[in-house]
Design a protein around this ligand. Structure first.
Ligand SMILES: C[C@@H](O)[C@H](NC(=O)OP(=O)(O)OC[C@H]1O[C@@H](n2cnc3c(N)ncnc32)[C@H](O)[C@@H]1O)C(=O)O
Ligand SMILES: Nc1ncnc2c1ncn2[C@@H]1O[C@H](COP(=O)(O)OP(=O)(O)OP(=O)(O)O)[C@@H](O)[C@H]1O
Ligand SMILES: [Fe+2]
Length: 580
């Protein structure tokens, strides 16, 4: 009976030797953990494995006792229905010990095995405790950092770290300053008395990178900037980035629920920022209690129960562990419901105002005009907030017109107010690409991106919402009106040629260049294509033909080496699980 499922879970991917019992009837989760504490430096894989070797039998025994004590069936019946274990990702030597223990226990109890993906468990525990339907999930753990959303039988990775996990990044900084592992809580404590100092801030669409911030932070420490100021600013920037990409994911998917997972989720400032962001946009936020955030077997047992109920058990011979097990490899057998994500959609274009992730956009299609204002974000430190809004507005102005010169359709700019971070732009297209996805349009976006890259810059946030499609609807009167003396800083009124007008029939416009920048690195070009690719995966039911069209279009105009690098980027499996 599904409501009476009882599961014993075992976790041991890196530092936490943990066992748990989940009882679906009472929703009770019993957890027994034993943490590995390195004597110096970070986690040593061999030492961690030795810890698992010693500690796993102990915690499993305690969990088993609890299971027996709370079991009300016949004496000779196993006290749980199945044994669930972390199959990956994680440190190979640790995982193997957990796998062996789980196999032995399942044989001894004569119950099936369930192989659980640790990252999906971090996500599902939040969905379970929040009772949310279809949230976006921010996983902020030691070795990982990514945004996940469910679609069509899988958890899709909407965005992720381009280098290390968020906890690892912080821990590397604290190692540099001589603090013991783990560093996260120490940074949090030191940040209490800090003031803001400038540090890098790097997001690319819904991806992000920590390496630049961390080297700058170390440098500041070596330059004798007060440690509490560095800690404070690290938190402001790193968590500001995570909050920004989480907001972008909510905006892109139209979801109004966010859950947090992973050990860094224990940080009060991160939770505060996420809660405030959600509050500002009318979304619900949930962070599970700390014992479910840091690595623990409770989350393994809870997801194990869902999988067991769905018949998703694994035969002994197929129960090998996988140190690089990605969350998007997991067939989601325990969910049948496809989310209804209509809320954020632009129904019929009869709206007057759109709330993007960054800006509020007032639409006046009849006047052929939109006004975009980058709102102040109260979750961000005011200094950082000012800087980002100003920088991005300036970049949007510059790159929007530069792109047009390269033959990429973009809205014509008619007014700029930098102080208010406000732009007045031409109204373009009839719908967002997201709401009218077609291979031909995606192919055109591929060509557009290639043109930008050949000209030496990237869009920075190419998504299916940052492309407007449809007829241009640019008619004579509007051209006249433009010519009629309204300020036209970036384009002369006669810029539109007769040829342009013919092509206006059906076009894809790129908008929202605020995250763009000049670069001659092939890696940046590949990332730009990758960001768009991820947004296709996140918004389309059947993304494969579209992803192919994107590459075809890019190939028509751009350089093959960018697409080669794209294959690298994708093959990297950026869950640096050996890097705990
Ligand atoms: C694959 C698996 O082994 C790995 N586990 C993992 O990273 O442990 P987790 O418990 O999720 O996170 C540990 C990290 O969480 C950070 N952390 C703990 N408390 C923190 C706090 N108050 N503020 C910031 N970071 C904190 C630690 O510094 C450490 O880097 C993962 O989930 O990625
Ligand atoms: N020039 C324009 N013509 C028509 N519609 C527009 C224009 N600019 C913006 N919009 C509409 O407003 C939405 C939000 O605009 P924009 O992407 O510039 O804001 P944002 O807050 O930066 O969004 P995000 O960061 O979520 O991509 C677009 O998806 C589009 O539907
Ligand atoms: Fe974890």
């Amino acid at each position: 009976m599904s409501t009476h499922t009882r599961i014993l879970g075992i976790e041991g991917t890196a530092w936490a030797a943990s066992a748990a019992v989940y009882d679906a009837a009472t929703d009770d989760v019993f957890i027994e953990s034993d943490a590995y504490q390195p004597e110096s430096g970070g986690i040593h894989p061999r030492e961690a494995a030795e810890h698992m070797h010693d500690a796993i039998p102990r915690v499993v025994e305690t969990a088993l006792e609890h299971a027996r004590d709370t079991h009300d069936g016949p004496e000779d019946e196993a006290p749980v229905d199945a044994v669930a274990f972390s199959k990956g990702p994680g440190l190979g030597p640790c995982l193997r010990i957990v796998g062996t223990a789980a196999r032995a226990l399942s044989q001894a109890l004569e119950v099936p095995l369930v192989g659980v993906n640790h990252m999906v468990a971090h996500l599902e525990i939040g969905r379970h405790t929040a009772d949310f339907d279809s949230p976006v999930c921010l996983n902020a753990s030691g070795a990982n950092a990514h945004l996940l959303a469910y679609r069509n039988g899988r958890y899709r990775v909407l965005g992720e770290t381009m280098d290390t996990g968020v906890g690892n990044a912080i821990d590397k900084f604290t190692r540099h300053v001589g603090w013991s592992h783990p560093g996260g809580p120490k940074v949090e404590a030191a940040a209490e008395d800090g003031e803001y100092v400038d540090l890098p801030y790097v997001v690319k669409g819904m991806d992000f990178s920590f390496s630049g911030i961390m080297s700058a932070a170390k440098q500041r420490y070596d330059d004798e900037v007060p440690i509490e100021d560095i800690c404070f600013s690290l938190q402001e920037n790193v968590f500001g980035m995570l909050t920004e990409v989480a907001e972008r994911a909510l905006s892109l998917t139209g979801s109004d629920e966010l859950v947090l997972g992973g050990g860094v989720g224990q940080n009060a400032r991160l939770r505060e920022m996420l809660a405030e962001m959600c509050d500002q946009r009318g979304a619900d936020f949930h962070a599970p209690e700390p014992r479910f955030l840091r690595d623990n077997a409770g989350m393994i047992a809870v997801l194990g129960a869902k999988m067991y109920d769905a018949g998703d058990t694994v035969a002994l011979e197929d129960s090998r562990v996988d140190p690089n097990y990605r969350p998007d490899q997991v067939p989601v057998t325990w969910r049948t419901d496809e989310p209804e994500l209509a809320a954020g959609r632009n129904a019929g274009e009869d709206r007057r105002q759109v709330r993007g992730a960054e800006a509020t956009v007032d639409l006046e299609p009849a006047a052929g005009r939109v006004t975009k204002r980058r709102e102040s974000k109260s979750y961000r430190h005011p200094e950082l907030d000012d800087r980002l809004r100003r920088e991005r507005t300036t970049l949007e102005v510059r790159l929007t017109s530069l792109a047009r010169r390269e033959g990429v359709p973009t809205p014509v700019l008619s007014d700029v107010d930098l102080r208010e971070a406000r732009l007045e732009l031409e109204y373009v297209g009839e719908a967002d690409l997201r709401d009218d996805l077609a291979a031909e349009r995606v192919r055109e976006v591929g060509r557009h991106l290639a043109r930008l890259h050949l000209a030496g810059f990237v869009h920075g946030d190419p998504t299916t919402r940052n492309v407007r499609v449809g007829r241009a609807g640019r008619d004579a009167s509007r051209d006249e009106r433009t010519a009629d003396g309204r300020e036209q800083r970036d384009a002369p009124p006669n810029e539109r040629t007769e040829g342009d007008r013919e092509q206006d029939a059906e076009r894809s416009y790129l908008i929202d260049f605020g995250l763009g920048y000049h670069t001659d690195h092939v890696e940046d070009y590949a990332m730009d294509v990758h960001v768009f690719d991820q947004s296709l995966v996140g918004t389309a039911d059947d993304p494969e033909p579209l992803r192919e069209a994107l590459r075809e279009g890019y190939r028509e105009v751009g350089e093959e080496r960018v697409l080669e690098r794209l294959r690298d980027v994708e093959g990297r499996g950026r869950y640096v699980s050996d890097d705990v």
